[in-house]
Design a protein around this ligand. Structure first.
Ligand SMILES: [Zn+2]
Length: 887
């Protein structure tokens, strides 16, 4: 009996189980001993340990040195923490030796642009352009097996001997292996994994080596999910990658990920709904590559699935951007051991080595399929680029025109963003007639007839529709509370998110124009050395906008005295809106003005020189309504319970977009902090109930009353409006429109009325429910332009709305509703929302300014910095941070 119990205890101790013997990368393959193995370079074999970012680079350098010109390592950028981003190009030295790379770029560029003189005969037969396979790994830093597989892929291609499939790859393909898209995230994962590890790896999923602390290794330094950033291109890593992708346009792309440890392996074809701009030929190739992967997985007995989960609707994934440029792109997902060994729910063990081998199997299958089908893939790619131009020529919108508008710097940023995507954008040098309107010089013109037409449509169109059948199915699931299958946001139109106007033209526009440069916009005019302001006797005016906010943030820090107008005013025929920055010459010594000139050379904004401060109408420049912009001393809350993405987006926008310093503190540190040293506190989305107690709330309220500005984002606003917290005099609403926390009268079930039939459907409805979740749509928000928070924006902007938050508007005696959702019939400008959500959100509040003593509580219903994709709401946020302390 005792022995039996002891046996039971022993067999239940998972850490003592020996991991199974390592499985082969590729059974039966003989490898060339002149090519170094991972063990020879870094001391461990594939899957034996989690290679660090430094070891990965070291191994690729060793492979390069031994490759006889068949592998060249290109550093294409750096992460925010300074780690190199590299791609190993593998193939015939004719294409991938350092001298061959230029030839490769030229050939790929000619293939990508059917308008060039090169014929298919030239490219496919005479030049024999290789099929380019771009393998992307570990964009999510804690999806570790992917990078380990990248090294094994390269090793196999260089070292496998007598394998005709590999020989075909080296002859007919160029394989571009990006082993580590997110080195900072991987370093973060490895640190927490090592700190948690014991003498033996522990397989328990709950053990600390698998269980990452906030924020985890998934995101990059600014806590962005970079697999959603291929739309906004906000992060340095993504921008560098897209620059590389435009230099070396690929034909087949795979992005290798990990998913939950209890799953198996996922590959193409993807789940519904498909983006309507994916062509049938691309779908055919996804299926063909998927089937070959399946054949090889079956041959080795590896389980897999396709189609069920990961969709291809949202265009910001790593596999969608290449897709809309004509490549066949796919996502692979391996069950994650999140360490060296992981106990699945069914008590089997998943080892790191197995995960690596699964990825290598899918990767090699894809690479070899591409090489074997070079001619057909390249012809289809060429046809794709050709048909894109033809479709653009036939499109109802033949040319998109974007006039400079209320904030020309924002329009310029919009044009720059499109060129970063590889879209051809012209800036017209003369006014242009569009229908009955005359658009001024400087209007951007974007022709639909270009090889990236389908990407352009995705970026520009307000509404890319999901399949009707799919929507019906979601409605059915919703009724049963099954949860929807919408994987990501359903709207992303860049003109809406930049809040720029698009004037469609049915005909092409001719006339003098400058093509914006592919490296990201028009190069700024060379600043005069040293930069100087135009002469002015009295003052300079800077109309407010995103770039002005950035320039003023810099100027204030550099000791320039800058004021901001609280009301509009007119000088001559020109009216200046609320927020206009005013720099008085008398207040600023010449050194300060030259510092301002240097700052303005970096931020191209309009500067209006004044010899007199006389105003013809409205607020005078010496009015009480004009306030000094104080240098904001910003505190941003980090760590639990803040949501990591919201915290990271806010930090990125403050530091990188607007150049403001910010002190980032853990939520738990707030209580021992001298708040008096700061004047702005940003609370990212999160629920702070367990962290900010009654005493802290009292201190917070005193600090606000004394002039502090509290900015709450999304769920933090929900927390602030809670009855017990009481920082915000508005209420969040439930599904039935009742304020949260209010008990319903009829809690008790009414006695059954024998006269009435029993209503089953009614009886099973929940008593109190959050509003239905908006899966991520773009909605119209009307702004109160008399309020300083709305400075630099027009009457209506667009905001990304997602989740379950609905706020009642604040009463007039308590504060101002600076942003209010539009009426029901025109609320949604793009994307999908349930009719019940639309009913609830219409005319509810989006942005509240609630004065408290000498300070403010400024509450956003949604996250204004969502993925750093929405220029308009980011400006609202920075107005709160930068201008709040002056008001
Ligand atoms: Zn992933």
């Amino acid at each position: 009996m005792i022995i039996a119990m002891l046996m039971a205890v022993l067999s239940a101790a998972p850490a003592l189980q020996a991991p199974p013997a390592p499985i082969a990368l590729s059974p039966g393959t003989q490898y060339d001993s002149r090519i170094p193995t991972l063990a020879q370079v870094v001391g461990h074999d594939y899957g034996e340990a989690i290679s660090t970012p430094e070891q990965i680079v070291a191994y690729f350098k060793a492979l390069e040195a031994a490759s006889s010109g068949r592998l060249t390592l290109v550093e294409y950028g750096r992460s925010y923490e300074g780690r190199p981003l590299c791609v190993a190009l593998i193939g015939d030295p004719k294409w991938v030796s350092p001298a061959g790379l230029e030839r490769l770029r030229a050939a790929l560029g000619a293939l990508a642009d059917p308008r060039t003189a090169a014929t298919d005969q030239d490219l496919l037969v005479r030049t024999r352009v290789p099929v380019v396979v771009w393998m992307l790994h570990s964009v999510h830093g804690n999806e570790i097996s992917s990078s380990e597989a990248a090294m094994a892929e390269a090793y196999h291609l260089l070292a496998a001997q007598g394998d005709p499939k590999v020989e075909a790859v080296l002859r007919d393909a160029v394989v571009m292996i990006d082993p580590l898209q997110n080195p900072d995230g991987r370093a973060r994962f490895i640190a927490s994994n090592q700190q948690g590890s014991g003498p033996q790896p522990n397989s328990e999923p709950a053990s600390i080596e698998h269980d990452e602390p906030w924020p985890g290794g998934r995101p990059n330094h600014y806590l962005f999910d970079m697999n959603r950033d291929w739309l906004a291109l906000s992060q340095a890593e993504t921008r560098a990658r897209v620059r590389f992708g435009l230099q070396y346009p690929a034909h087949i792309v795979a992005d290798l990920h990990e998913m939950g440890g209890d799953a198996t392996y996922f590959f193409a074809p993807p789940a519904e709904p498909a983006n309507p701009y994916i062509t049938p030929r691309q779908q055919d190739w996804l299926r063909a590559i998927g089937k070959e992967n399946a054949r090889r997985f079956d041959a080795r007995g590896f389980a897999f699935f396709a189609r069920e989960v990961f969709d291809s609707f949202y265009p910001g994934y790593g596999d969608s951007w290449p897709m809309f440029n004509g490549a066949v792109a796919m996502t692979f997902e391996q069950a994650s051991p999140r360490g060296l060994v992981f106990r699945r729910d069914d008590d089997t063990l998943l080892t790191y080595r197995e995960a690596v081998v699964h990825h290598v199997t899918a990767a090699l299958s894809t690479i070899e399929t591409a090489a074997a089908n070079r001619d057909a893939i390249l012809r289809d790619y060429r046809d794709y680029r050709r048909s894109a131009i033809a479709d653009g020529e036939k499109a109802a919108v033949r040319e998109y025109l974007v006039p400079p508008g209320i904030d020309p710097s924002r329009t310029r940023a919009f044009g720059d963003k499109l060129t970063e995507h590889g879209i051809e954008v012209r800036r017209l040098e003369d006014p242009v007639k569009a229908g009955t309107r005359m658009l001024p010089a400087g209007t951007l013109a974007i022709s639909a007839a270009q090889p990236s037409f389908r990407l352009l449509r995705n970026l520009m169109e307000p509404d890319i529709k999901m399949d009707e059948k799919f929507i019906k199915e979601q409605e059915r699931r919703r009724q049963k509370r099954l949860g929807d299958q919408i994987y990501d946001v359903t709207a992303w139109s860049l003109p809406l998110l930049f809040d720029v106007e698009v004037v469609p033209s049915a005909t092409p526009v001719a006339g003098r124009a400058v093509r914006l440069s592919a490296s990201g916009g028009v190069p700024p005019p060379t600043p005069p050395t040293p930069p100087a302001l135009p002469p002015a006797k009295a003052a300079y005016l800077l109309p407010w906008g995103s770039q002005t906010a950035a320039a003023v943030a810099g100027a204030v820090r550099a000791g320039v005295r800058v004021h901001t107008g609280g009301e509009p005013f007119t000088i001559g025929t020109r009216t200046f809106d609320v927020g206009t920055a005013i720099v008085r010459v008398a207040e600023n010594p010449p050194e300060a003005l030259s510092r301002l000139a240097a700052i303005l050379a970096r931020h191209p904004v309009e500067v209006v020189p004044l010899d007199s401060t006389w105003v013809d109408e409205g607020m005078s420049l010496g009015s009480m309504q004009v306030a000094l912009v104080k240098s904001p001393k910003v505190l941003l809350v980090w760590d639990r319970p803040a949501q990591s993405d919201s915290a990271g987006w806010a930090r990125y926008v403050i530091e990188q977009r607007f150049g403001l310093p910010v002190t980032v503190v853990r939520a738990g540190t707030l209580r021992r902090l001298d708040l008096g040293r700061y004047n702005v506190l940003v609370l990212p989305s999160g629920s702070y109930g367990g962290t900010i107690g009654d005493d802290d709330l009292r201190r917070l309220r005193d600090w606000i009353s004394g002039g502090g500005v509290l900015v709450t984002l999304a769920d933090a606003s929900r927390w602030a409006s809670g009855e017990k917290v009481g920082l915000l005099a508005t209420a969040t609403l439930m599904r039935d429109g009742q304020p949260a926390g209010v008990e319903k009268d009829a809690k008790k079930p009414a006695a059954a009325d024998p006269a009435k039939p029993f209503d089953y459907e009614k009886t099973i409805q929940p008593d109190a429910e959050l509003p239905e979740s908006v899966p991520g749509a773009v909605m119209r928000v009307a702004l109160d332009r008399e309020h300083w928070l709305a400075a630099g924006l027009d009457d209506e902007i667009q905001a990304v709305v997602e989740g379950t938050r609905v706020f009642n508007p604040i009463k007039l005696d308590k504060g101002r509703n600076v942003g209010v959702y539009a009426k029901k019939d025109r609320l949604v400008s793009a994307g999908f929302a349930w009719p019940t959500s639309i009913d609830l959100l219409a005319q509810r509040t989006f942005l509240v300014d609630q004065p408290l003593g000498r300070g403010h509580v400024i509450a956003f219903a949604e996250d204004p910095n969502f993925r750093a994709v929405s220029e308009a709401t980011e400006l609202l946020f920075i107005n709160a941070v930068l201008l709040g302390t002056s008001r």
